[in-house]
Design a binder for this molecule. Sequence first.
Ligand code: TNX
Length: 508
Amino acid sequence: MASEVSLIPAPRRLERAGGSGAFGGDARTGVDPSLGPEAYRLTVSAGGVEIVGGDEAGVFWGRQTLRQMLGPDAFRRAPITRGPVTVPYVTIEDMPRFAWRGFMLDVARHFLPKDDVLRYVDLLAAHKLNVLHLHLTDDQGWRVEIRRYPRLTEVGAWRRRTRMGWGEPPLWDERPHGGFYTQDDLREIVAYAAERHVTVLPEIELPGHSQAAIAAYPELGNADVVDTAALEVWTDWGFNRNVLAPTDGVLRFYEGVLEEVLEIFPSRYVHIGGDECFKDQWRKSPTAQARIGELGLRGEDELQAWMIRHFDRWLAARGRCLIGWDEILDGGLAADAAVMCWRWYGGGIAAAEAGHSVVMCPQQEVYLDHVQAHGDEEPVPFGWVHTLEDVYRFEPVPPRLAGTPHAANIIGTQANLWTEVAENRSRVDYQAFPRLVAFAEVAWSDLPDPDERDFEDFERRMSMAHYARLDALGVGYRPPTGPYPWQQRPGVPGRMHNKPRKTWRMAN
Ligand code: TNX
């Protein structure tokens, strides 16, 4: 008997024709551009299986749906049954709600080896997510080989020790930690992702979150106010005051970095960070103050905006678009720069109303480093509690934009996984899954308003089929009954946010 079609993400239109047929592994495919980008029509009938895509990506997403219909074993790396599988007769017409369906992996706080990144490309593709954002640089590590500046990885990719969790007094893992991707590793990741219609978005942070770069090249820091030669790659978490100096030398250095980055990553967008830049050192630095004077700026915030605008123009001149965290809005941006909105919905609303493209990823909703259940069993609880249900009820378009022409500027949404307390693949799997499944459905499907979503149906589809698919894929997700003992981290304290979490209805 054919199993019921249970698809995650849920397709737009699904007609069950009654009956079923044997599928031996061949689907007829074709492209019909009138269907639209990434759309597909999947037909299973007595005549066989046919997938027509609006483009090649659409054909690929159609194949992912077919794989879902074939049962959990279709997600193993090799077939375990011989012969045909039975599939129900259906017609599915489907297309994504958002063009940008992203997942950010922070490979800077903890390095994730290349194979694990390639595996995440597969996991994204299986869930019809199409952007892998790699957070490649931060205070705690520099993870991309830059040929003209070898010390960025010789020095910047390694740290002496690592703070475990967020407790006071700090707890240290005294083992050195590090690693980086060679340019060829990254080319391989980009090519592997492209075969799966996933775009890899590189992020090179500036002017904050830069201590690893400064440890490698002390002249990048504010050497007139701190002894930058004494800085090491940071071993702690949180806000860091060691930011880049606003000098021509620093601009040229990062242009050099970005030239190599552009050669590796063909993506239209390039992420330059821009978040959480502490201004203390600029306030005290005669060099920074002189620059503010020369440029006629009204203080340190405008100095940051000037640096961002520099790279905005620099990227635009090379046919690319800048994207950055919502702090980049503060100083005015080129028309085609895009904003990744993380501090609640406000920055995204302002950016969308000003005509910028916006990727919605508010930390109050879709930060997968945040803890996923109440209780004291969760490993190193951080942030706010975002349960599976909370993520399923996340709505990327805030009420204020819904139904207005500006809503079209919300080009998509992204779930972000920072790795201060996710030190390896198992921890990353645990934080990402099953919540990334709910997120994938939010990003792809047309769901009603948050309160009206049928979470019970989603849970039913999870337990009927999707946990089994994740098992077949070898994903170390959080079981619905709570973590296994080996998924817990007794004795490593976390840090919860104490302000109440805002809700979508408040985003007006
Ligand atoms: C804020 S989101 C950060 C990250 C941290 C994260 C922890 C953003 C642009 N900056 O540096 O890792 O919070 O949740």
